[in-house]
Design a protein around this ligand. Structure first.
Ligand code: ATP
Length: 303
């Protein structure tokens, strides 16, 4: 009796999670259709990224609640300048993913403002805001197809030169050289196997090909071993030369070289600075670093 019953409970859990996911998809699909200020597919021209007087993204004292009885963001303020790498760290439940959801405009703030390049999001269409944003999630999927298809997924008309550029940026040359057929090698479910880190770097190349003004990475290394983590970490600084980069990270080692690290707790931004500054200034950051055995200079303390 125990085994069938536990299967039933497991199935009920799956259905509940599925319903939650369905509701979120449903919410997204129900967002009002708006006239677009910019085509969603608009890509910035080749060449140096936009550099303006305004940061690519700024949040000003943002407040938000999914349920009005339980505030989730209670004063979030930070900026991501063009060509800068900014990280968002903090304990679980601090509100980091919620910040991403507001930046992607799946939700609107209850108070405060999200501002893109000096223009308040509230004055822009959702499509205009999203047109300049690319997101890489923690579990990047590779579809069955060639390596080229996987990278050029969103921009099938990309030239060889554009492909080479993002392959170099995402440090995928070694993968292209290793796979028989290079860019024409079939990868994915029935093709060549790729490591989690390689899949993440393919997702990164795919996102960079769109030439976003702002790139959001959500826990890019959470499922990677330390070798793959370090490979991706070294890529991030270069990526920030292309666009504004905002990374949510549990592992401080992924973002210790960020230009600025913003620390969140209980829905508030409580400290910001570079790794060294935060080690001296923020007790919470020191705690997070200590729990991950990071010391000044960012080296992991040998276990
Ligand atoms: P983690 O590091 O664990 O991913 P986080 O800092 O990204 O956490 P969020 O995922 O933004 O935090 O969650 C902040 C709070 O909002 C949590 O209490 C969470 O339960 C709640 N929350 C997140 N998403 C939803 C949602 N869609 N509906 C209702 N509450 C939510």
């Amino acid at each position: 009796l125990v085994l069938p019953l536990s299967s039933v409970f497991h199935a009920v859990g799956l259905v509940q999670r599925g319903m939650g996911a369905y509701q979120r998809i449903d919410e997204a699909l129900r967002l009002p259709v708006e006239p677009t200020g910019l085509p969603a597919s608009a890509r910035r021209p080749a060449g140096p990224p936009v550099t303006g007087e305004h940061p690519a993204l700024a949040l000003h004292d943002v407040h938000f609640a999914y349920d009005p009885r339980r505030p989730v963001l209670r004063g979030v303020t930070f900026a991501v300048p063009h060509r800068r790498f900014v990280a968002l760290v903090g304990p679980s439940g601090a509100g980091k993913s919620t910040v991403f959801a507001l930046v992607a405009r799946f939700y609107e703030p209850d108070a405060g403002a999200v501002v893109f390049d000096g223009r308040p999001a509230a004055e822009l269409t959702r499509a205009a805001c999203r047109g300049g944003i690319a997101v890489v999630h923690q579990n990047s999927h590779v579809v069955h197809g060639t390596l080229r298809d996987n990278i050029a997924y969103a921009v099938p008309e990309a030239t060889e030169e554009e492909l080479r550029r993002v392959i170099e940026l995402a440090r995928l040359e070694e993968v292209v050289d290793r796979l028989p057929g290079g860019l024409s090698a079939v990868v994915g479910e029935r093709g060549s196997t790729l490591s989690g880190g390689e899949r993440q770097r393919i997702a990164l190349a795919r996102a960079l090909l769109v030439r976003p003004s702002l790139l959001l990475l959500d826990e890019p290394t959470s499922h990677l071993d330390s070798i793959n983590e370090s490979a991706l970490t070294t890529v991030l600084k270069d990526v920030a030369q292309e666009c504004a980069l905002l990374v949510i990270a549990h592992r401080l080692s992924t973002v210790q070289h960020a230009d600025r690290i913003v620390v969140m707790r209980d829905g508030r931004t409580v400290a910001a600075g570079c790794h060294e500054e935060l080690l001296t200034r923020s007790a919470l950051y020191r705690e997070l670093a200590a729990s991950q055995m990071l010391r000044s200079g960012g080296d992991a303390v040998p276990g």
